[in-house]
Design a protein around this ligand. Structure first.
Ligand code: GLA
Length: 703
C-alpha cells in the first residue's frame, strides 16, 4: 500500500486504482511527483528532478514542494510562514526521516537552524482512492515561534494547459451553485473570511484538463478541506504551466503563538484522482464520508424522516399547537419530530432570548418533557433547535457576561439578526455551552439536535487575551465548536447532530467529523432545491443532505408546486417535512403518507447507494438523478420536468451504474431489460406539463 524506493528516494502511496508519489529532491525538500492511475511497477515512477533554472527563476521556486516553508527564494503560496524569537522570518525546512505504517506515511522535516519541526501525515483511503493529509508543526525549542501562515500543504496536477476549475459558490438562500471557469495563468483563491465555512464558497474543487471530462468520463483531480472556520484554497498557474493547489486555514488576520513544546495541527486536506468523470469523483467523496468521516456511532444508521415546525409556527411555539402538529406528523409516518426556534428564554422573536437555554414556562407550562412524552407516545423521537454560539444583547446571559462576546473595547459591536457571537476561544464560554446542552440532553429524551449559527463574524476582538494571541480566535472558535460537540457526543453518543448555519453556511468535511447531517439551504422551493442539491452532491452525500417538503407556494419566489413534486425533490436526500400540517386536508395527508411510505422503502438505496447525476437541472429542462443499491440489484430514478413546449418529445434517460448482464424490471412493466439496454438505450419517461416529476423503480428480475 505504501512503498519506499530507497534508490530513487520516492514514496508510493497506492489506493485501489490510484497512486500518489512523493520524492526527496536534491534540495532536501519533499516534492510532488505523481497523482494518477496506478502504474504496474515501482520503476514506472520518476524521481524528484530538480527543475532547470531560468534567469529570474531559480529551480527552487519551480520545485513542486508538498509543504513549502517561506524562506530562501520562494514566491508561490507557502504552507508555512513563521517568525522566530530573533525576528528572523525565513523558514528553511529539510527532510530528516520517515515512518511507514500500513496506511500512513509520516515525513519529518526540520528547520536547518531553528528548533522547528514539521510532520507531514499522509493516509491512503484505498477503497475511496483518496489521500488524506494533514501536518503537525512543532516547537521543539525554548522560545515562542510566531506562525503567520499554516496551510496543510500543496498538491499539483500535470503541467498542461487549459485546466478547468469546477467549484461551488453561493449565497443565502442559493448555496452550493456549481460554477466552472478556465484557470487563468495567475492566482485564483476560494476562501472564507467570515468565521465559518460560509454560504459564498465551499472548501472543495475539481479540475479537469481542457474541459475534457464530463459526468461519466475523463480525468478529474479533486480535493476538499476539512475545516469550518476561515479557510482558503489557492490555485496558482504560471507560464511554466505549473499548477499548484494549496489548501488550509486562511492566513487572513491569522497569527498563532506557538509556545515551546506545543504543536499546531492543521485540518485535513483530502485529494484524489479519477478517470471516470465528475460523477465518480463525487461518489468517492460520498463513500469516504459514509465510511470514514461521519461520527462513528450513527454512521451506519439510516436517517429518519423528520418533521420541523419552523415554517409552520416560527417563534410562536407552545405545547398545545406542537402536539397537534405531532399528531398529524405521526399519522403520515414521520419518525422524528423537531421543535425549532422559540422554545427557550424570552424568545418571541429574533430580538431576545438567545443564550438563555432554559425552557420558556409560559409556552411550555408542563416543561418540555410533557411534549416529548406525547411525541414519544405517538411513536416518534424528539428533536430540538439550538444556536449555542449566538447571543442576543437582550438576554440574561449577555447581561451577566457582556465580556463573553467577541468585541473591541473601543467599538460598538455590530449586531446581525440582533445577535452577537460568543467567544469560543474562552474555556468558560465553552464550559457554559457544554453544561447547558448537556443538561438539556440529560433531562430530556432528545434524539436530535439542530445546531444553528446565524451570523458571520465582525469585530473579532478578545480583549482579555494576551496581544500575541488575539488573532488565534478564528481557529480557536472552530476548534472550540468541535471540542464541545465531541464532548457532548461522548456523553450522548446516539444523538444525531445537524449542522445548520442560516441555511447552508457551515457544510464542510470538518464539521462532518462531528455532525451527522447538514441543512443545505433555507431555500425549500423544490425546484430551486434541485440546483442547490445537485451542487451539494458534487462534494457531499445524499445521506447527510436534509431536504424538506414545505409550503405549496414557497416564500422564496412564490412558486406553486404540487405535493408530489415537492416530495420527489426532497426524497432525493434525507426526507423531512417543514410545511404547516394544520393547513393540510385529508387528501394531502393521505398523499404524504404514501410518499413517506415509499421513501422508507427506497431510503437505503438513496442514503447508502451510489448516486448518478443523469441529466443536470442546469443544462436540461428534464433533470434526472439516480441511486443504485450497493448490490446493484435495485435502483431508483428521479425525473423532473421543468416544462415542455411544442409537444416536443423528451429525451430518453440513459441510466448508469447497473450490472450490464442483469435483467431488470422498470416499475411494473412486463418486459425486463438488461442493465446494458437501460444504460445504452435508456428509458422513456412519460411527463407532460410544467413542474412534473416521477420516481421510477428499477429492480432485478427474480425468476
Ligand atoms: C435559521 C435556520 C432556519 C431556522 C431559523 C430559526 O434561519 O436556517 O431553518 O431554524 O434559523 O431562527
Amino acid at each position: 500500500m505504501i512503498r519506499h524506493d530507497a534508490s530513487k528516494n520516492i514514496w508510493v502511496l497506492e489506493g485501489d486504482h490510484i497512486s500518489y508519489v512523493l520524492g526527496l529532491s536534491e534540495l532536501g525538500t519533499i516534492n510532488h511527483i505523481y497523482c494518477g492511475e496506478k502504474l504496474p511497477y515501482l520503476s514506472d515512477y520518476a524521481s524528484a528532478d530538480r527543475v532547470a533554472a531560468f534567469p529570474y527563476t531559480l529551480g527552487s521556486e519551480l520545485s513542486e514542494e508538498e509543504f513549502m516553508g517561506w524562506g530562501k527564494v520562494k514566491f508561490t503560496e507557502p504552507s508555512l510562514k513563521a517568525t522566530f524569537h530573533d525576528h528572523v522570518r525565513d523558514v528553511d525546512l529539510a527532510f530528516v526521516d520517515f515512518e511507514i505504517s500500513e496506511h500512513t506515511l509520516v515525513l519529518l522535516l526540520r528547520d536547518t537552524h531553528y528548533p522547528l519541526e514539521v510532520k507531514l501525515y499522509y493516509k491512503v483511503i484505498p477503497d475511496c482512492d483518496l489521500i488524506e493529509r494533514y501536518c503537525e508543526i512543532v516547537n521543539d525549542g525554548e522560545t515562542n515561534i510566531t506562525l503567520e501562515q499554516a496551510l496543510t500543504g500543496s498538491f499539483y496536477v500535470p503541467r498542461e494547459k487549459d485546466y478547468r476549475l469546477t467549484y461551488l459558490a453561493g449565497r443565502w438562500p442559493a448555496e452550493t451553485q456549481l460554477d466552472r471557469v478556465m484557470m487563468p495563468d495567475t492566482k485564483l483563491v476560494l476562501e472564507s473570511r467570515r468565521g465559518t465555512t460560509s454560504h459564498f464558497a465551499n472548501p472543495f474543487f475539481m479540475l479537469d484538463q481542457g474541459g475534457k471530462a464530463d459526468e461519466h468520463t475523463g480525468e478529474v483531480y479533486y480535493g476538499a478541506l476539512a475545516f469550518s472556520g476561515n479557510w482558503k484554497i489557492v490555485f496558482e498557474k504560471d507560464k511554466f504551466n505549473m499548477v499548484k493547489i494549496s489548501a488550509g486555514i486562511n492566513d487572513f488576520d491569522f497569527c498563532w503563538n506557538l509556545k515551546p513544546d506545543e504543536r499546531f495541527c492543521t485540518p485535513k486536506y483530502i485529494v484524489g484522482y479519477v478517470n471516470q468523470g465528475f460523477g465518480q469523483a463525487s461518489r468517492n467523496l460520498h463513500d469516504y464520508q459514509r465510511k470514514y468521516v461521519l461520527p462513528e456511532v450513527n454512521r451506519n444508521k439510516l436517517r429518519k424522516v423528520l418533521y420541523n415546525s419552523w415554517d409552520a409556527t416560527w417563534f410562536d411555539v407552545n405545547e398545545e399547537q406542537q402536539t397537534k402538529l405531532a399528531e398529524i406528523a405521526a399519522k403520515i409516518g414521520v419518525e422524528l419530530f423537531v421543535v425549532d426556534d422559540g422554545w427557550f428564554g424570552a424568545r418571541h422573536s429574533d430580538r431576545a432570548g438567545l443564550g438563555d437555554w432554559f425552557i420558556n414556562e409560559d409556552k411550555f407550562p408542563n416543561g418540555l418533557q410533557s411534549l416529548i412524552r406525547k411525541v414519544n407516545d405517538l411513536g416518534m423521537e424528539f428533536g430540538l433547535w439550538i444556536e449555542p454560539e449566538g447571543v442576543n444583547p437582550d438576554s440574561e446571559l449577555y447581561r451577566a457576561h457582556p465580556q463573553w462576546v467577541y468585541h473591541f473595547e473601543t467599538r460598538e459591536p455590530t449586531q446581525i439578526r440582533n445577535q452577537l457571537i460568543l467567544n469560543l476561544a474562552r474555556a468558560d464560554v465553552r464550559q457554559y455551552i457544554f453544561d447547558c446542552i448537556d443538561s438539556l440532553l440529560t433531562k430530556h429524551q432528545i434524539a436530535f439536535i439542530k445546531w444553528d449559527m446565524n451570523r458571520n463574524f465582525s469585530e473579532p476582538g478578545f480583549p482579555s487575551a494576551p496581544p500575541e494571541e488575539q488573532k488565534e480566535i478564528w481557529v480557536r472558535h472552530a476548534w472550540g465548536l468541535y471540542e464541545i460537540v465531541e464532548k457532548l457526543k461522548a456523553k450522548h453518543p446516539t444523538v444525531i447532530f445537524q449542522s445548520c448555519s442560516g441555511g447552508g453556511g457551515r457544510v464542510d468535511m470538518g464539521i462532518l467529523q462531528y455532525f451527522d447531517q447538514a441543512w443545505p439551504s433555507d431555500n425549500t422551493d423544490a425546484f430551486d432545491r434541485l440546483r442547490i442539491q445537485e451542487g451539494f452532491s458534487y462534494a457531499y452525500c445524499a445521506k447527510i443532505m436534509e431536504a424538506w417538503v414545505s409550503d405549496e407556494v414557497n416564500w422564496v419566489n412564490n412558486r406553486k408546486l404540487s405535493l408530489a413534486y415537492r416530495f420527489h425533490s426532497a426524497m432525493t436526500g434525507n426526507l423531512g417535512i417543514g410545511d404547516n400540517l394544520l393547513k393540510w386536508g385529508d387528501e394531502d395527508s393521505r398523499e404524504a403518507a404514501k410518499w413517506i411510505q415509499l421513501y422508507k422503502e427506497i431510503r437505503p438505496i438513496i442514503q447508502e447507494g451510489d448516486q448518478y447525476r443523469l441529466l443536470s437541472v442546469r443544462e436540461s429542462h428534464l433533470a434526472s438523478v439516480m441511486y443504485v443499491s450497493p448490490s446493484r440489484e435495485e435502483a431508483v430514478v428521479f425525473a423532473f420536468l421543468h416544462s415542455n413546449s411544442f409537444d416536443n418529445e423528451l429525451p430518453r434517460i440513459r441510466l448508469q451504474g447497473l450490472d450490464e448482464q442483469t435483467l431488470y424490471r422498470v416499475d411494473d412493466r412486463e418486459q425486463a431489460l438488461s442493465g446494458k439496454a437501460l444504460m445504452t438505450v435508456g428509458i422513456k419517461v412519460e411527463l407532460r406539463g410544467d413542474f412534473q416529476s416521477k420516481i421510477i423503480r428499477i429492480r432485478k428480475m427474480v425468476k
